[in-house]
Design a protein around this ligand. Structure first.
Ligand code: BTN
Length: 307
């Protein structure tokens, strides 16, 4: 009902009488008034007067009804330790693919390699549950596909030059805009679920020195609606995974890569390896040409440009 009221007010752009609203939705004027009150409490500014109701402004909150067609699969939390934990619980209990857990803030946001992911208000923090029909060794491609979908949306819809840094950061002009984290559980040798956690610096203050960070607001000079990014990303990612063309994912990643062809330094635990990043193989491993001329495959670690 809430989404229908919002849609009707949005479509009108002006005042809609409570009688018209009620008639359109098949409810009484009192019921309309109660829903409007609830929406106002949730941050929607709805003006009321003799001509009815008018939508003055909307909060950028990731309410399920802001995702038509996905309402049942969006879990929105104001604050949670980490969306990864909630998503894991839901996935273990059998939630459908493309269930999304989104939070306005996280108190224990996690990054790769056990790092903390600062999750201040204004950023976009979510985890998507996926259930691809894939053998475990191919599971890395799901994470890669998510990064590719995100880069596409950022380039096409926001005009930013999003590039992909191995293993899976989204950078713009050398600064980190988004990070991706994946967690997988398997049944025998098939993937049971893969949860992809994504943090996007949108309107939040950024933290991060290596690589330095940026936000969409800083890049575009204006605030950006988080729910619009999430909507667009989910559409892009779901269309990509529905095609299930997992062989196309790595070549796509390479198109957006800002790592390949460059001298890099890899920190993998205590080991430091220098070389030129020459390729990414089908498991998402980085192929590095090291100074003695041989090639090494790197499967995890941090990657720093050495220009
Ligand atoms: C990284 O670059 O190290 C990955 C960062 C991933 C952060 C996201 S925010 C939503 C989800 N919940 C978490 O705790 N982490 C991921």
């Amino acid at each position: 009902m809430k989404s229908k009221i919002i849609e009707r007010l949005r479509a009108s752009g002006g005042f809609v009488s409570s009688r018209d609203l009620g008639a359109g939705l098949g409810v009484s004027r009192v019921a309309v008034w109660k829903h409007v009150r609830k929406l106002q409490e949730l941050g929607y500014r709805i003006a009321s007067g003799p001509k009815g109701y008018r939508l003055a402004s909307e909060p950028d909150t990731l309410f399920p009804w802001e995702f038509p067609g996905r309402e049942e699969r969006i879990v929105h939390l104001a604050t949670t330790p980490s969306t990864m934990d909630v998503a894991k619980e839901l996935a273990r209990r059998g939630c459908p693919a493309f269930t999304v857990v989104a939070a306005d803030r996280q108190t224990r946001g996690r990054g790769r390699l056990r790092r903390v992911w600062q999750s201040a208000a204004g950023g976009l923090y979510f985890t998507v549950v996926l259930r691809p029909n894939l053998p475990v060794p191919m599971s890395a491609r799901v994470n890669v596909a998510a990064a590719v979908a995100l880069a596409r949306v950022l380039r096409r819809d926001y005009g930013v030059e999003a590039g992909l840094k191995w293993p899976n950061d989204v950078l713009v002009h050398g600064r980190k805009l988004c990070g991706l984290l994946s967690e997988m559980e398997a049944e025998s040798d098939r993937v049971a679920f893969i949860n992809i956690g994504i943090g996007v610096n949108v309107n939040n203050r950024v933290a991060g020195i290596e690589p330095p960070a940026t936000s969409l607001k800083a890049l575009l000079g204006r605030k950006v609606a988080r729910r619009e990014i999430l909507r667009r990303f989910l559409d892009e990612f779901e269309a990509g995974t529905a095609a299930a063309d997992w062989d196309a994912v790595i070549p796509e990643w390479k198109r957006f890569s800002v790592t390949l062809g460059r001298p890099v330094r890899i920190l993998a635990g205590r080991e430091e390896i220098r070389g030129v990043a020459i390729d990414v193989d089908e498991d998402g491993g980085l192929m590095l040409q090291v100074p003695d001329g041989s090639t090494r495959k790197i499967v995890y670690g941090d990657c720093f440009a050495e220009d």
